[in-house]
Write a protein that binds this ligand. Sequence first.
Ligand code: ASP
Length: 817
Amino acid sequence: MKTLKFGGTSLANAKKFIQVSSIIINQTKINQISVVLSAPATITNHLEMIVLKCIRYNNVPAEELTTLKNFFLKLTKKIYATNKKYPKNNIQKKITKQCEKLQKLLNLIKLFKKCPDKIYAQVISMGEILSVKIMKELLMSYGHDVLTINPVKLISATSNYLNAIVKIHESKKNFKNLNVNKKKIILMPGFIAGNKSRELVVLGRNGSDYSASILSVCTNSHTCEIWTDVNGIYTSDPNIISTAKFISEITYQEALELSYFGAKIIHPASVKPLQIHNIPCIIKNTNNPNYPGTLLTIKNNNNIDIIKGITYLKKIILIKITKIKESNQEKILNKTFKYLSKKNITTYLLNQSLSNNTISFYIQNNPLLNIKLKLKKALSAEIQKKSLKIVLCVKKLSIISIIGYNIKKYNIDILKKICLVVNSFKNKILEVSYNTSKISLSVVLHDKHIIDITEKIHDLILYKTIPVNIFLIGIGGVGSKLLDIILMQEQKLKKIFIQLNVNVIANSTTYIENKKKISLIQWKKQFNQSNQLFILEKILNLVKKNGYLYPVLIDCTASQDIAEKYKIIMKKGFHIITANKKSNSSFFSNYKSIRKIAQKYNKKFFYETHVGAGLPILNNLKNLIKSGDQLIKFQGILSGSMSYIFGKLDGNTSLSDAIKQAQTLGFTEPNPQDDLLGTDVARKLLIIAREFGYKLELSDITIEKILPDSFNKSNHKKEFFLQLKKLNNIFIRQINKAKNEKKVLRFVGTIKNNGSCNIKIKAVDNKNPLYYVKNGENIFVFYTKYYQPIPLILRGYGAGNEVTASGIFSDLLRVIL
Ligand code: ASP
């Protein structure tokens, strides 16, 4: 024997009834089948609503009654349309009769002006009764023998009309006398049982699972299948958490814990009978019957250490009963819980503190029930005797729970991840609790961003993947190249659990944004179509709104304005990676305060590309300094354009021609005068000097001018080159003088150990490493305490979109790793 249970979503309309009938018929080929049916989806709610309206308006809500009747009439009409053997008229008569019965019950409610539990149970269970009537005729129309079971007679339960508990032994005995022909399909309405006086009672909302588990036991089923509208159990609700993973096997205890803490998996009461009688249960999908589903087992067979799921409960309130006299603790606890269980209110995270004379617990808020008042009433005798003082409620809370065996083993790691996520949403952990079952850990938070928080925790714990959220400002050559590299490396990084999401791409006027990630394949098209005005503040607020864990702002601009906002950006939660030298070469006080803020807010501030583009200079320097090294002298060629131009002078090229060639090859700034002024080199030199601890300003760097004062600055290219020609002769003299001494001219930046910095044209001989550097290469020569007399030399291309973007990318990895 096998027991199948079909839930409300599996019976929502005619098509689903037919689908379910074919699943049942298919299964009869292998097993004898007993079937439990729920009411079609939403019908029980509708019946509850009818009762509520009947009491509130002291009238039978005729319209609602008609809606209900029409639902079933339409459903059966549609079944008939596909199956002419279906006895539509007969079944519709039954539906009408059932609705008349309902009408009578409603008249009684109207008369009493209230609804006794006994009547309430009869009303809200009508959906199940009709499901069985409809299905019975359907199965019979396909030529199958059906035996319908009346649970009022056979399922014995306690007398609580609305939340009855089944007496399994007694029920099993009732079934012994039942002689079922092996060919018959057993059909039973779920949710319903009978008390001692054989009156109808119900098993609590969603109680059909419970019915199925009882029927499995009573019919000695080898398996119980719960058919629903999802493939099985997931690590979180797949309708809400898109990354939820399917679980093929789970223990009853884990499933129970998941259900208890909010996952709609299986009714908690249904687990115990199955567990005790060692009946495996499979959760199956009516819409995907061939999918194997999730198997619920007694023992944890293989995945000993795996976290099984993450759930959340919203609209939670904290109840605290304080100042309880010690001798009264047990009594008050009993009274409180007796009241709560009578009202079918689930409690979470009970805390009984003897030293504080306090009992505290959480419940789900029910706006129709003033729980504080009700509890005060229930405990009024004790309050009067002054045995306790306050019943305090704190509202608008949530509980997030992580479920899995050996959770304690990982608690520090898990809590760290939870804290990271919760902080990123500016929420707060108010309580951490390990549940007595030892397979779950719960945290209590304020009721805000809970779904997003759950999703982030879920991904961080289950996928171990760190999501890095990138906000890129500046999409010139370097910025665009960086996006290419991110796209290229994305999959490789996923393998080492790093997920790069570019969420914002901006230039100084426009931006595009995507909460999850911008597609880097077509970002340009999207960007060109965007008319969103770039407002930095607006973009920064996305971090809190979307709860990004590792938000990184990458500045690929040359904007003074953005550089001045770094402190605000970090305060908003961003790590910063910058290729914009303006930040580190502004006033020393600013240079210092950026670092202070970064430290205070625990943010990374990386700028490896500020000198030497992709060359690994600054980070190496930092490490050297940390290990006690000190600068004796630095010398370098820090500009690709100047390296090229002076390299050309080694031959017979004139200065003006060398500059022209450098410009044509794209080595220079758009206006080559900017290179010749030496300001960019000065910024780089200043940044290196500051790394070594020299408190310098940009104005402290002396630059020997290449262009004499008489040289008129001009934006006119032609005029500029005309003037430049006049300089050629002066340079030829200098070059020749150097040549005679077997030297070459180089544009050199120097830092001495007294902190003085200068940039000038120097003649160097072949013993100097700078002698060999030309063609746009950079060189950095560090004479230090550790590196002498032979210096530490870093040499290579120090400019270009690709190398700069790769330098930024390696900074990006350092943010996480
Ligand atoms: N129809 C009932 C309810 O909605 C029982 C069930 O479907 O499990 O609560």
